[in-house]
Design a protein around this ligand. Structure first.
Ligand SMILES: *Cc1c(COP(=O)(O)O)cnc(C)c1O
Length: 374
């Protein structure tokens, strides 16, 4: 028999997945209004190019990009960008901080590339993150702003060499779930890349990379070096097209349109600071609840490592978290299951800026209700 959660305890919106994540119905409704003029029209003509321009300018403003930084986009999502970086940004050897599923995948892509030397991979236990080490033998440092699989976030800072100066390699940051929900200084990164289906509450399929002049220069240099680069993975082609507010091949216009609405929503309300503070509020609620609970504990032991956009909450052995997730799902509250390969007795909850902190509060009430009545 299904346990029914009283209606008054339930969140207004029951979507807590970490990607695809909650798409705000208001954003989607705005896109629907333009359906007759924008959707189903050429991506080489003014209306769609205007949309790409709106996204690029909106992101420059959201991230307060310094002079010379560019917003580059193309098809394929964040996973595709790992291959792009493997071909177009790593000169010879990369260093990877590996602390979960996503960060380990980029390291594997670099290791498999026959044209690169074996990467340096620095690992740490799940639930923590390692620190980068300045190393003259590497030309790329690969970070993950928020490791979505474990709910651990790290601060974006260039590694410092022994004289206290920033190391010379490029800093590439997988910010797929962090971008838009976590603060960062763009000067500390050379490619800050992400996809729209996490903090930006849109759909998947696109990659967006905020690139520094040094990263653009590196891509150009490798492009001229004669290295074989598959056409679809050629970053220089993506840069050229982005400068024209286009993509190399046909993009999903709906994905971009919802993304543009979300970027505007952030900017109109106070930008990244506002968006991040919504996630801060949700994080305060859920971690505070877990710390005061008899049966739940935040997975990341160190509060500094705990992500403000993805919470991972462990449960006491006698309580079956998968049963809680299942009961929530039966009540229309979905996608709180933990990352499948982590294999812990845990719930994982998205706290992206589009998710109302009050709904996070309501979710904790629902979990308490289930545990009491289980
Ligand atoms: C979701 C996610 C990815 C994969 O994104 P796709 O768009 O599905 O390729 C990569 N890295 C992180 C940190 C993610 O959260």
């Amino acid at each position: 028999m299904t346990l029914e959660i009283p209606k008054e305890l339930k969140p207004k919106d029951g979507r807590f997945g970490c990607g695809p994540s909650k798409v705000r119905t208001e954003a989607f409704a705005k896109v629907a209004e333009q359906a007759g003029t924008l959707l189903g029209t050429s991506h080489r003509q003014a209306p769609v190019r205007q949309l790409v321009k709106r996204m690029r300018e909106g992101l420059s403003s959201l991230f307060s990009l310094p002079e010379g930084y560019e917003v580059v986009l193309g098809n394929g999502g964040a996973t595709c960008f790992w291959d792009i970086a493997t071909f177009c940004l790593i000169q010879e050897r990369s260093q990877h901080l590996s602390f979960g599923e996503f960060s380990s995948k980029f390291a594997s892509a670099a290791k498999a590339a026959p044209h690169l030397a074996d990467p340096v991979v620095i690992k740490s236990d799940f639930g923590t993150h390692p620190e980068a080490v300045a190393d003259e033998s590497v030309d790329v440092y690969a970070f993950t702003h928020n490791e979505t699989s474990t709910g651990v976030a790290m601060e974006i800072k260039r590694p410092l060499d022994s004289s206290g100066k920033p190391a010379s390699g490029l800093v590439l940051v997988d910010a797929t779930s962090g971008a838009g929900g976590l603060r960062f200084d763009p000067r500390e990164a050379d490619a800050y890349y992400f996809a729209p289906q996490k903090s930006f509450g849109s759909d998947g399929g696109l990659f967006i990379a905020v690139m520094s002049p040094a990263a653009i220069e590196r891509s150009k240099k490798i492009g001229e070096s004669g290295r074989f680069i598959p056409a679809f993975l050629d970053l220089n082609t993506a840069i050229d097209n982005s400068r024209l507010d286009q993509t190399y091949n046909t993009p999903s216009i709906v994905t971009m349109a919802v993304m543009a609405e979300q970027i505007d929503w952030f900017n109109e309300n106070g930008g990244l600071e506002w968006a991040a503070s919504r996630s801060d509020k949700s994080a305060e609620i859920i971690y505070g609840w877990a710390e005061n609970s008899d049966f739940a504990t935040p997975f990341a032991a160190n509060p500094k490592d705990r992500s403000h956009v993805v919470a991972t909450i462990d449960f006491a052995d006698e309580i079956d978290a998968s049963q809680i997730a299942k009961t929530l799902r039966q009540n229309g509250i979905v996608d709180t299951e933990p990352y499948r390969k982590l294999g812990r007795n845990q719930l994982r909850v998205a706290m992206f800026p589009g998710i109302d902190p009050e709904d996070i509060e309501a979710l904790t009430g629902c979990v308490d209700y289930i545990v009491k009545n289980m």
